[in-house]
Design a protein around this ligand. Sequence first.
Ligand SMILES: [Zn+2]
Length: 643
Amino acid sequence: MAEENQGTQTVNPQENRKPNTNNNRKPNSSNRGPNAQGAESKPNSNSNKNNNRNRNRRAPTPVDENLKTFVAKNQEAHKQRLNPHYKLDLNSNAKIRITPLGGLGEIGGNITIFETEKEAILVDVGMSFPDEDMHGVDILIPDFSYIREIKHKIVAVIITHAHEDHIGAMPYLYKEMQFPIYGTPLPLAMIGNKFDEHHIKEFRKYFNPIVKREAYKIGNDFEIEWMHMTHSIIDSSSLAITTAAGTVIHTGDFKIDYTPVDGYTADLHRLAHYGEKGVLCLMSDSTNSYNTAPTGSELSVGPALDRVFAKAEGRVLLSTFSSNIHRVYQAIQYGVKYGRKVCVIGRSMERNLELAMQYDYIKFPKSIFVDADEVARLNDKEVLIVTTGSQGEPSSALFRMSIGEHRHIKIKPTDLIVLSSRAIPGNEGSISGMLNHLQRAGAGVVSEKDIHVSGHASMEEQKLMLRLVNPKFFLPIHGEYNHVTKHKATGMMCGVPERNILLMTDGEQIEVSPKYMRKVKTVKTGKTYIDNQNNHQIEDDIVLDRQKLASDGIVMIVAQIDGQHSKMIAKPKVTTFGIVADKQDKFFAKEMEDILEHFLINIKEGLIENPRALENDLRQVVRKHIFRKMKKYPLIVPHVFIQ
Ligand SMILES: [Zn+2]
């Protein structure tokens, strides 16, 4: 049988090989049948060349057509599973518009608007920090122009988590307009604190606390579910925002922590649930899109803290972000383990810790805490000070301690300072300055890598998110342009076609429907400057003037002019700051005098009767001269008195 079979097959080798190419190409002993073995061992096969070739060709395993149909069925099942297009209603004309007003092209200041035809919601209302050249500006809040424009449509403000870059601008928005606020308890409690501070306590009445895993009908058009997420602040959420167009998953800020301190892992099951149902669009956190190593668990900081406390000889002063409650919690746990009492210093640190304890997010006996004025009475080895100032902020408790200006705590050579945070880009200088002060005072400083972990998803966690949610469209969010670009590449690796990914910048409005996603228009965005001392807005022109003053100085010219003869009555008075050195003042004043004289000789008809136009023209002439000579554009302030 074996020989005959083989003989038959060689008559039409092509025909037989074709359907079964894969099987024939990779023969291995295990999938060769006994027939093939028999053929090869045939004793007289050397007798002719043809036979020789045939002898080396093994007989293909017969194809089980039934199994083959199941391969096709499984391929179809994979296709159904992986291709989200099949799960969306492509006949639907419903669409949703998404407009980020902040948080893209920048880190921080997150605020996004979701709009249907008749209704809109805001997701997060955050603040950001100013650049160094924005003198006297403490925080930046988003420009609310577009919100004013669609105010009548807004049915709610939705909060993902309590970080400043997600809730920091709430009081400023609410002083102007109010909407129902939906969120989990901690973010609402923190917004409540802000409202109290800004004397708008009464707006707490807009709070609508929610329970995770329950879908809330908001307005007529929106249904929203909060899904628990792990991040560097407790009680964080991703959102499933469902409208007639389909479901949009907004991750908020997240990382995937498999061993969170409180045991509340990210709700991967709900994400998978939506992924299974079919997701129109995923908007996912891009902050750490360059990090290839997985982001560490918050719990992984524990052993490093343990080592620090084990070897500390004197007091331990630990500084971290006051919002990172679980970090503070762990620090206190290890402090207590080594017999230390805990002194919490810094307004935001005290407030956040108090809040987390009031609302049962963490629990400590009151007896472990001491006040700052009690520290001196304790043995140094019995003291843990938890404080703010990890970014070297000059107003922070740790900075004031470092320069010896804190009322109760003076730095000692036996102190160990633990900086349990990363430097926010731009703060390196102030942190370094503070470290100089602390070390000059003799303190030891620990700021090792393993004493801090990030709160944002690295590339591998971003992939997990993409695979769980399996969206048709993908909008990388939260990050500068290069972060979202990198996240786009990760999205493509995870099966989202390039044409289904858009990189947004602030103010760009995206329309998404089951059939398409496209940019439709651009709305006004920008930043409003805030002075934190009085919580008031600083007008743009003030900040521009300050920038000019700082970089180019100021020139003031006071002149008295005889209006009839277009002549100076006396020498003009010229005062400058930051433009010429004191010893050149006289020379410069003479130059200005000459310019003024020349200006008056050539003055245009009628200009002398119009002091404002006169001053403007004079300013132009002086500006030209100074730029020609010094390549600077100082503020020029002419005062001309006509007599
Ligand atoms: Zn955050």
